[in-house]
Design a protein. Structure first.
Length: 97
């Protein structure tokens, strides 16, 4: 009698369901476009948020929307170091881990 073969199927680990970095960038672009009512589909990770002409209230709304969408919470003290889109996505990824 042979033992059943083990498969290498995902075990339902939540990490498998995490969005990719590209998906997070797309999510940022869509959310920023909705909140600020301006087209941000050109936004790149390396861009400074100030370069995108998003004010502090706008970025707080974008972060709040991302938090709700991804079911995460970014503490206020973590927001002070966010200067670029990359910084924001890094912080989002830390909260998803």
């Amino acid at each position: 009698m042979h033992a059943p073969m083990q498969t290498l199927e995902p075990t339902g680990d939540e990490r498998d369901d995490r969005p990719t970095r590209e998906a997070l960038l797309v999510m940022f672009r869509e959310t920023a476009s909705e909140v600020v009512e301006k087209d941000f589909h050109h936004a790149m990770e390396s861009m400074a948020i100030s370069e995108l002409a998003i004010d502090s209230l706008g970025i707080l709304e974008i972060i709040g929307s991302l938090e709700r969408r991804l079911r995460i919470q970014i503490p206020d003290e973590s927001l002070s170091g966010i200067q670029t889109v990359r910084d924001l996505l890094d912080e989002v990824e830390r909260r998803l881990a």
